[in-house]
Design a protein around this ligand. Sequence first.
Ligand code: SAM
Length: 221
Amino acid sequence: MGTLFVIGTPIGNLEDITLRALRILKEVDVIACEDTRVTKKLLEHYQIQKTLISYHQHSKVEKVDFLVYKLKEGKNIAVVSDAGTPGISDPGGVLVKAVAEADIKIEVIPGPSALTAALSIAGLPVDRFTFLGFLPHKKGRETLIKELVDSKHPTIFYESVHRIEKTLLQLYEFGLNREMVICRELTKIYETVYRGTPKDILANLKDEEIKGEFVVIVSGK
Ligand code: SAM
């Protein structure tokens, strides 16, 4: 039997990858990745040539079965996402479950995640927190926002450039007047950390052309 290696990859800066991750990426037989173009870029940067198989959130059960079959044949497989840690708002979980059920060895090669990166520079008490992944666009969105506005503990979620202003506006409308931290483009050229109430941050964002990826942390009540 082979081993499934679940590998954390950079969230922007390509230097943020462990020596072990690079060694395993070189050694495995196959890399299952979300978008082959993204992973190719990372591999080219480190001069690694490897067979890539696409495995993403829309992959069918047959793809998981195929990977399990390859592992049973004795192949070692790495799974990576486009950025950060597989399984954290990214594909990986379904494959890991199937591989665990087949009693095949799974090893983790920990690496970056936008979640932990943002928490570590939040400067808020985050020994206990709620992580929501992405907020739903419609169903359940308002209830969740109300909950986080009332939460005693910090809440953290991922947000896209298309919704960041709308989300901040909603937080403000639901009465959130506490400290928040928004981390934009962590580890990249335009890395920016905004601190303040939703109102403060909205005013800040208004002066800029908004671009990039965001992690939002709302302090506890
Ligand atoms: N699995 C990834 C991880 O461990 O961080 C998260 C994948 S999720 C599909 C992508 C979201 O993570 C983005 O929309 C953004 O909210 C957040 N994100 C990823 N990279 C980021 C970065 N460099 N700076 C800020 N947020 C980032």
